[in-house]
Design a protein around this ligand. Structure first.
Ligand code: GDP
Ligand code: IMO
Ligand code: MG
Length: 427
């Protein structure tokens, strides 16, 4: 089974970094296929914490080739900074491959992300302000600059000229900002080009060749199903397709190349930024989840909104991704509760919805229908086998399996690499 996709099934921050790390030992290639440095993937190895934003988690393993695929949006300054800080910590970054087709996040994208959020006021999306949406918008409008343009100063300058003409009008006339200087951007980006040139490759042919040779390729999703541009809680979404289907388009492989699809979910639920969140907890329980779960954003440091496991959204995401298995993370956090709520349906205008509702108004205005199950108070961070878990914790995992119709393969009981329990399956 050479192609494995690993995807978040909630609103991000499910612990994808930790689980990617777990699999990386038996993986030859780890590829990011969408998103950019809006992601924040945390890995804790021997007590050392790494927070990766753009570089695939596989960078931490000398035997792994990390790949930034064509579907990713790349801020070169951020990438160079991330590579330098990894080098400072003794990580060899020379193996990183970047697709020439990946789009570049430009200074005006950052500026536009900031000013549009400001203009939206109380309707703002709560983006990470990393320029992600404006970069994907330009990609679709076909006025984006790509990583390969860095290798041709003349083309880079020309394309920038075309884009900047429009962007400066927008910045100055609509938003009352100062125009950006063409020459300054050219100098800055071509400076980055010198550092990144050796990493730029035809990643499609590399990935396809790796799969043909029977190597294990891990598609590392960023963000999550409910933030998917087409299938999430639009407009409160990101601007790419984090779902497993997005891995094919974003990495340049075919659907049959991916045979194992692992969904990552927290044992509860969090969301950063604005947008509907039916299973959001009341302030008292929310505060406990926030503090015990240390729910502060890896990228922006913002407090994450906390709530209970939403089985309706999870089932929707399980089907969207055709998950072959689920990994439930942060089970240890629920030890703080004598009883645990699970959102099993939504109610809107007297009607019950057991499945994800077809229109936004229902999802925005619905009330959650909670079922309450018995908690456990034991500290489970030392559990390493199913038998080490209290019966109530095992029942909770079984309830998740039933509600999502997906087998749970692992339960994570702490941030460390070894803090994990194999529940079912054998690899
Ligand atoms: P990602 O974006 O999906 O990779 O997730 P983040 O790294 O943004 O957020 C997950 C956070 O939970 C990180 O700080 C992890 O170290 C931490 N974490 C992961 N698994 C567990 C777990 O099982 N228990 C606890 N307590 N923390 C965990
Ligand atoms: P990882 O990979 C959680 C959210 C933002 C905002 C919305 C749009 O760590 O799980 P964007 O900057 O993408 O235009 O913001 O998406 N968001 C995330 N939330 N985890 C992430 O990544 C996220 N990436 C984006 O908070 O609500
Ligand atoms: Mg994160």
């Amino acid at each position: 089974m050479p192609g494995i996709a690993l995807v978040g099934i909630q609103w991000g921050d499910e612990g994808k970094g930790k689980v990617t790390d777990l699999l990386a030992e038996r993986t030859d290639v780890v590829v990011r296929y969408q998103g950019g440095n809006n992601a924040g993937h945390t890995i804790v190895v021997d007590g050392e914490r790494y927070a990766l934003h753009l570089v695939p988690t596989g960078i931490l393993y000398p035997h792994c080739t990390p790949v930034i695929g064509p579907g990713v949006v790349v801020n070169p300054a951020v990438l160079i900074e991330e590579l330098e800080s990894l080098e400072e910590r003794g990580v060899d970054t020379s193996r990183l491959m970047i697709s020439g087709n990946a789009h570049l996040i430009m200074p005006y994208h950052l500026e536009l992300d900031r000013v549009t959020e400001r203009r939206l006021g109380k309707n703002r999306l709560g983006t990470t302000k990393r320029g992600i949406g404006p970069t994907y918008a330009d990609k679709a409008a076909r006025i984006g600059l790509r990583v390969q343009d860095l290798l041709d100063p003349k083309i880079f300058s020309e394309k920038l000229g075309v884009a900047l003409k429009e962007k400066n009008l927008l910045l100055t006339r609509v938003y009352g900002r100062l125009p950006l200087d063409h020459k300054e951007i050219v100098e800055e980006y071509l400076g980055h080009a010198q550092l990144l040139e050796r990493h730029i490759h035809d990643t499609n042919s590399f990935l396809q060749g790796s799969l043909d040779a029977g190597k294990t390729v891990l598609f590392e999703g960023a963000q999550a199903a409910m933030l998917d541009l087409d299938h999430g809680t639009y407009p409160f979404v990101t601007s790419s397709n984090p779902i497993a289907g997005g891995a094919c388009a974003g990495a340049g492989v075919g659907p049959l190349d991916i045979t194992r699809i692992i969904g990552i979910t927290k044992s509860y639920c969090t969301r950063v930024g604005s947008g509907p969140f039916p299973s959001e907890a009341d302030p008292t329980d929310g505060e406990i989840l926030l503090e015990v779960g240390a729910e502060y954003g890896t990228t922006t440091g913002r407090k994450r909104r906390c709530g209970w496991f939403d089985a309706v959204a999870a089932r929707y995401a399980a089907r969207l991704n055709t998950l072959t298995e689920l990994v439930v993370t942060k089970l240890d956090v629920l030890s703080a509760f004598p009883s645990i709520k699970i959102c099993v349906g939504y109610e809107y205008e007297g009607e019950r919805y057991n499945d994800f509702p077809p229109n936004q108004t229902i999802f925005n205005k619905c009330e959650p229908i909670f079922e309450e199950v018995k908690g456990w108070s034991d500290d489970i961070t030392g559990a390493r086998a199913p038998g080490d878990l209290p019966e109530a914790a095992r029942s909770y995992l079984e309830a998740i399996e039933e509600l999502t119709r997906t087998p749970v393969s692992w339960a994570s009981v702490g941030p460390g690499r070894d803090e994990i329990v194999r529940i079912s399956g054998d690899s």
